[in-house]
Design a protein around this ligand. Structure first.
Ligand SMILES: CC(C)(COP(=O)(O)OP(=O)(O)OC[C@H]1O[C@@H](n2cnc3c(N)ncnc32)[C@H](O)[C@@H]1OP(=O)(O)O)[C@@H](O)C(=O)NCCC(=O)NCCS
Length: 159
């Protein structure tokens, strides 16, 4: 029987034995970016470092990994990196659900903001995060890397 193509769950990943699956997912999601993302050079050891740094959120359809994002506490915010949705699951709300779960994590850690960086040359991503309530707060560039814009959105109190 085929899986329900719209049903998925999002949760904090408590099991870092899934780091190889997460790496494959991130590589698949970031494969099309130009210039190539540094995500493509990352290894399972890098994923282990992310697990040590903060909550790793994953989306699953049944047992299949279809989305992930890394969180790290920075000052009063939860800094999100490598948000990735498996290409065949994009535009079905998985990204929004990962952001909602990140907000819940941030709230439980008494943090005030979700923060992230988007490459300047990826306006579609910037527009996506703007529609999701993020605002541009600054810009920067690491040595040898493309320029980025910093974005953030406040962590709202529960309704
Ligand atoms: C950016 C990324 C994480 C977004 O994830 P996603 O799951 O595709 O995003 P969502 O489904 O939440 O939202 C995308 C659009 O799909 C639409 N959508 C959401 N649910 C939908 C559904 N059930 N049916 C049809 N469309 C839907 C929404 O309208 C949304 O558009 P909006 O931005 O105007 O609200 C994903 O495209 C990705 O992995 N990209 C490659 C890696 C990358 O660039 N990461 C970000 C680095 S900064």
């Amino acid at each position: 029987m085929s899986a329900n193509r719209s049903a998925f769950t999002v949760a904090r990943c408590a099991d870092d034995s899934r780091r190889a699956d997460i790496l494959m997912l991130v590589h698949a999601a970031f494969a099309g970016l130009s210039p190539p993302s540094g995500a493509l050079r990352e290894t399972v050891e890098d994923v282990a470092v992310r697990f040590a740094a903060g909550p790793v959120l994953i989306a699953q359809a049944g047992d299949e990994l279809i989305g992930s994002v890394y969180g790290a506490v920075k000052e009063d915010g939860l800094y999100l990196t490598r948000m990735a949705v498996r290409p065949d699951w994009q535009k079905r709300g998985v990204g929004r659900a990962l952001l909602a779960a990140a907000e819940a994590e941030a709230r439980s850690l008494a943090l005030r903001r979700l923060t992230l960086r988007v490459r300047v040359n990826l306006p579609a991503n910037r527009a996506y995060f703007k529609r999701a309530g993020f605002a541009v707060t600054g810009q920067g560039q690491d040595p040898g890397r493309p320029p980025y814009q910093a974005m953030e959105r406040p962590v709202l109190s529960p309704a």
